[in-house]
Design a protein around this ligand. Structure first.
Ligand SMILES: CC(=O)SCCNC(=O)CCNC(=O)[C@H](O)C(C)(C)COP(=O)(O)OP(=O)(O)OC[C@H]1O[C@@H](n2cnc3c(N)ncnc32)[C@H](O)[C@@H]1OP(=O)(O)O
Ligand SMILES: CC(C)C(=O)C(=O)O
Ligand SMILES: [Mg+2]
Length: 513
């Protein structure tokens, strides 16, 4: 039997999440998100704030009619009209909840509500009792609980429970609290409110200081058994506690956090992508659990570790959150183990020398290029493999060019094991490079084709060049790849030259026989 306490997950992506500036969602989009939340087995879905608009009312109504496995909830101020509207929208729900709230901090009571503490207590009693007359499941929230005087908070909670609230939520509305303070607030309420055991207590933390998840978990230690959160942590200002972080913290650190949720964590990625698409809020790459880099490794030491045993650098499996597999991102920090693994994936089997040469070129490319794609590695390997045993090889090329005057090519080539250097002019950098090769090899074939394309996207993409040369009726093609287009062109030309010389030699041999 499990020793862990169950914690309800109350998702407010469709209510507090939608309060993020720019995150408005259509009814159809909200229905799609509600479907995914139900599939994740979220306990409570806060579908909207029914009084806010006819559209919000319709959203709550339609979600209540459609979703059968999760409790559907609507927010309502401490106002009878709000509560009636919420009750109306929830009529079709299998399991409905009215969530009514009022601010309890001195600041909010004085400046925003213009109400005395006694008036707020009366409003709590009136609103919760009214809601209980409409529905059995009533949640009451003390808005700005963390800046509320504790003695007054005890009285408010006591009043709400006496009036029939079944869930008591103590939000850190402005993300002001620290974990110790937040835990202590719950402990204080449990110690000072006689009937506290009659309700389930809930956390609702905002992320203004980046503490929303830590505070929510501290709330569990204080006795809360429901957490309010949103997918991707969206919500008012800096957002709410992120559901995926809470769920995976509880799952991964069950040893330190003895709580369980009903959430099907393999649905997390699907939910995250849907919310991101619908709201247009991209998830930052380094976002915990759902960021593009959450299961990606670029540095060689980490890649080596993950290849040998994933747990060296992964504290949860990618599959557990719905990611197919971890990603070994190839880049300048990668090492030989990861490069060998990538080559195997791409179907290459290289000998030792070719491997070392390709790895050297890959590292050099990594120094110049931000993202290295599979296509880049294929281009390097194909280029290297097809040129490594050739008589003529490019060692170094510098070109000097501009909008005026001739271009200059300063090239070193290896010709039959000897380095040869030429500095040659041309009409543009490619012409200068080709002239240098012609001079060093003392030949003058006709250029029939010169074609360049980018291997991947971006201005730092490698160029792949094709050159076709013709000499005395013999035609050959050469290819070359490099992040410097002129170098790629020179490599292609030299490859074609190698083929042409082989053909020449064959012809001479045939003639001699
Ligand atoms: C912490 C939170 O996330 S709270 C939820 C915040 N979400 C939203 O506000 C989104 C939806 N809101 C809305 O559509 C609108 O604000 C409505 C429909 C609720 C109200 O609109 P309006 O009647 O035009 O009022 P407005 O928004 O300008 O002001 C809010 C009023 O509600 C009062 N109020 C605020 N909270 C509460 C409360 N919990 N209980 C009772 N009254 C409240 C304010 O004091 C103010 O009253 P006043 O008009 O007497 O000064
Ligand atoms: C309405 C309440 C629960 C809220 O969103 C908050 O206090 O942040
Ligand atoms: Mg909130």
């Amino acid at each position: 039997m499990s020793q862990k306490d169950m914690v309800k997950i109350f998702d407010t992506t469709l209510r507090d999440g939608e309060q993020s500036p720019g995150a408005s969602m259509t009814i159809e989009e909200k229905l799609r998100i509600a479907d995914v939340l139900e599939a994740m087995r979220v306990d409570v879905i806060e579908a909207g704030f029914a009084i806010a608009s006819d559209g919000d009312f319709e959203c709550v109504r339609k979600i209540a009619d459609r979703i059968k496995d999760s409790t559907i909830c609507s927010l309502a101020r401490a106002a009878l009209g709000d509560i009636d509207r919420a009750g109306e929208a929830l009529k079709g729900a299998n399991s409905g909840r009215i969530h009514t709230f009022i601010a309890t901090s001195p600041l909010h009571m004085k400046y925003k509500l213009n109400m005395s503490p006694e008036e707020v207590l009366e409003a709590i009693h009136a609103s919760v009792s009214h809601a209980r007359n409409l529905i059995d499941d009533v949640e009451w929230s003390a808005e700005d609980a963390t800046r509320t005087d504790l003695d007054f908070l005890h009285r408010c909670v006591d009043t709400a429970i006496k009036a029939g609230a079944t869930t008591i939520n103590l939000p850190d509305t402005v993300g002001y609290s620290t974990p110790d303070e937040y835990r202590h607030m719950f402990e204080s309420v449990f110690q000072n409110v006689a009937n506290a055991d009659k309700a389930i207590f809930s956390t609702h933390c905002h992320n203004d200081l980046g503490l929303a998840v830590a505070n929510s978990l501290a709330g569990l230690d204080g006795g809360a058994r429901q957490i309010e959160c949103t997918i991707n942590g969206i919500g008012e200002r800096a957002g709410n506690a992120a559901m995926e972080e809470i769920v995976m913290a509880l799952r991964t650190r069950g040893d330190a956090l003895p709580y369980e949720t009903n959430i099907q964590s393999q649905e997390i990625m699907r939910a995250s992508r849907l919310v991101s698409t619908v709201t247009g809020f991209t998830v930052q790459n380094n976002k915990a659990i759902v960021g593009a880099n959450a299961f990606a490794h670029e540095s060689g030491i980490h890649q080596d570790g993950v290849l040998k045993h994933a747990e060296t650098y992964e504290i949860m499996t990618p599959e557990s959150v719905g990611v197919t597999e971890s990603k070994l991102t190839m880049g300048k920090h990668s090492g030989r183990h990861a490069f060998a693994d990538k080559l195997e994936d791409l179907g290459y089997e290289l000998g030792d020398n070719a491997f070392q040469e390709c790895f050297k070129r890959f590292k050099a490319l990594g120094d110049r290029k931000k993202n290295i794609y599979d296509e880049d590695i294929v281009a390097i390997v194909d280029d290297q493999v097809s040129t490594s045993s050739n008589r003529f090889q490019l060692v170094k090329l510098n070109t000097y060019t501009g909008s005026e005057g001739k271009s200059v090519s300063d090239m070193i080539m290896m010709i039959d094991g000897q380095e040869v250097n030429e500095v040659v002019h041309g009409n543009g950098p490619v012409d200068a490079a080709f002239n240098a090769i012609k001079k060093m090899l003392d030949f003058n074939p006709s250029l029939q084709l010169f074609q360049v394309h980018a291997v991947t996207q971006g201005t730092d993409a490698q160029a792949e060049c094709t050159v076709r040369l013709e000499e005395e009726g013999r035609t050959v093609n050469g290819q070359g790849a490099h992040e410097d287009t002129i170098t790629a062109a020179a490599r292609a030309y030299i490859m074609a030259a190698n083929k042409l010389f082989i053909k020449r030699e064959k012809k001479a041999l045939n003639a001699a026989e």
